[in-house]
Design a protein around this ligand. Structure first.
Ligand code: DC
Length: 221
């Protein structure tokens, strides 16, 4: 069984998916973390996202893997634990450019489909319901207002010791929404058969339970 969740930045996909995976005892695939790892690699090596040859070479040199079980999954890039580094401000600001590169998407989509063959899974990102797993048993489009999402991001940043205003974060989120939804390569969009879950005003617990209840009856499929 595949539970596929798409939605904009800060809609609560990652935290929800982690807990859904834990409660249903299934794999959690954080595809945003994979795009972030590629971005981190390229920023460190000074590879511009417009450099086609450089990007193709970078993709061939990158190995991404996950260890542990949710909510304590770690993300590894070529043998280094990059779980914290991929959440940095610099990666967050640049990831929309790197994740729109064709060779990056092709390579990561192949890996995501391979991981799905290994067991029941909940995955979240921007193209899970549209491109990667269009025939997933459960398809959800999760969203929330820009202001609510900016408030949530502020809390995330505070945990990393970074102080930012809600206004600043709202502007960054709106810009990332615009890029993620308007890119030509796998843009973020809601499919007709996806269930809309607007999490504005919902608690994390409510979001998790809504999806756990959908997934439970299908666990053995
Ligand atoms: O969910 P997140 O903020 O960790 O995602 C980071 C970036 O990766 C975001 O700008 C959108 C992009 N992304 C994507 O294009 N496709 C996915 N399946 C997951 C994330």
């Amino acid at each position: 069984m595949i539970i596929a969740i798409d939605g904009p930045a800060g809609s609560g996909k990652s935290s929800t998916a982690k807990q859904v995976a834990k409660r249903l005892g299934i794999i959690h695939l954080d595809t945003g973390a994979m795009y972030r790892a590629v971005t981190l690699f390229c920023l460190r090596k000074g590879i511009d996202f417009r450099d086609e040859t450089g990007m193709a070479k970078a993709v061939s040199e990158i190995q991404i893997s996950f260890t542990g079980s949710p909510p304590d999954t770690r993300t590894w890039l070529n043998g280094e634990d990059v779980s914290d580094a991929i959440r940095s401000d610099e990666v967050t600001k640049n990831v929309s450019d790197y994740c729109a590169v064709g060779v990056v998407r092709e390579a990561l989509v192949d890996q995501q489909r391979a991981i799905a063959k290994t067991g029941n899974l909940v995955c979240e990102g921007r193209d899970m319901t549209t491109v990667v797993f269009p025939s997933a048993e459960i398809k959800i489009f999760m969203t929330a207002s820009v202001e609510e999402r900016a408030k949530r991001r502020k809390l995330d940043f505070e945990k990393l010791g970074v102080s930012k205003t809600v206004e600043e974060l709202a502007a960054e989120i709106a810009e990332r929404d615009r890029k993620d939804s308007s890119r030509s390569n796998s843009p973020l969009r809601q499919t007709d058969d996806a269930t809309l879950l607007d999490t504005t005003g919902m608690t994390l617990e409510e979001q998790i339970e809504a999806i756990v209840q959908m997934g439970k009856p299908l666990l053995d499929k």
